[in-house]
Design a protein around this ligand. Structure first.
Ligand code: 13P
Length: 251
């Protein structure tokens, strides 16, 4: 049995005040829900304040990115050592990082290594772009992204992957449950080829891309999908709670 995970990726949204208000609102219902690993990933500048708010609760904290060096002259960057004292998880290889900030497969690989070395649990994001999907290259693209990201890295215990088709992110056009399940099944087979059956049975693979309270059930009913990485809907306490509640009832 894999413990489902619902993680909220707030992206570049919320000021410090908005972030603490949002978590305070969420905590009214979130803490009591069992059977789901619950994670919020606010912007870097709010991590410390939110860590304090989450102390003693069942909600975990993640960052949205890191740099792969431990320290030095890298103006504006955040190191794994800085995050290690603040949060447990870190999103790596999000398509927005790949698209706007030059996170190549090699960079993603270095970031995964750095996160693991610092004791952070990575949530590795992979997913194909619209033109790749339309050209029938989904399997090829996600297979290649996973291979590059994990090249030379031993299977990390508690590993989490998020399959996020780029065409479904922030577009309101989610994949269907069957589409997501099929690709996530393929990713699991890839994990099996790389790391063996036990790893494949244990790895949690989330779906991400326009997940809402209205379509959550469709994803969670699929056999391969272990939860969701939620963007826009994770910025509304009631919606995020509903997504988590439904997941705890279905999975
Ligand atoms: P949306 O849920 O806003 O489509 O974003 C998904 C995502 O990118 C989560 O990382």
């Amino acid at each position: 049995m894999r413990l489902p995970m619902i993680a909220g990726n707030w992206k570049m949204n919320t000021t410090l005040n908005e972030a603490t208000a949002l978590v305070t609102e969420m905590l009214k219902g979130l803490d009591a829900i069992e059977g789901v690993e619950k994670v919020v990933c606010p912007p870097f500048v709010s991590l410390a304040a939110i860590r304090d708010l989450l102390k003693g609760t069942s909600v975990k904290l993640g960052a949205q990115n890191l740099y792969f060096e431990e320290k030095g002259a890298y103006t504006g960057e955040i190191s794994p050592l800085m995050l290690a004292g603040l949060c447990e998880l870190v999103i790596i290889g999000h398509s927005e990082r790949r698209q706007y900030f030059g996170d190549t497969g090699e960079v993603v690989n270095r970031k995964i290594r750095a996160a693991l070395k610092a004791g952070l649990r990575p949530i590795l994001c992979i997913g194909e772009r619209l033109e790749e999907n339309e050209a029938g290259k989904t399997a090829e693209v996600v297979t290649e992204q996973l291979k590059l990201a994990m090249d030379g890295i031993d299977y990390p215990p508690g590993f989490i992957i998020a399959y996020e088709p780029v065409w479904a992110i922030g577009t309101g056009k989610a994949a269907t449950g069957e589409q997501a399940d099929e690709t996530i099944g393929l990713v699991r087979r890839n994990v099996s080829d790389m790391y063996g059956k036990e790893a494949a049975d244990g790895v949690r693979i989330l779906y991400g891309g326009s997940v809402t309270a209205a379509n959550t059930a469709e994803f969670m009913r699929q056999s391969e999908i272990d939860g969701a990485l939620v963007g826009g809907a994770s910025l509304k306490a009631a919606d995020f709670l509903s997504i988590i509640k439904q997941t705890s009832e279905i999975l």
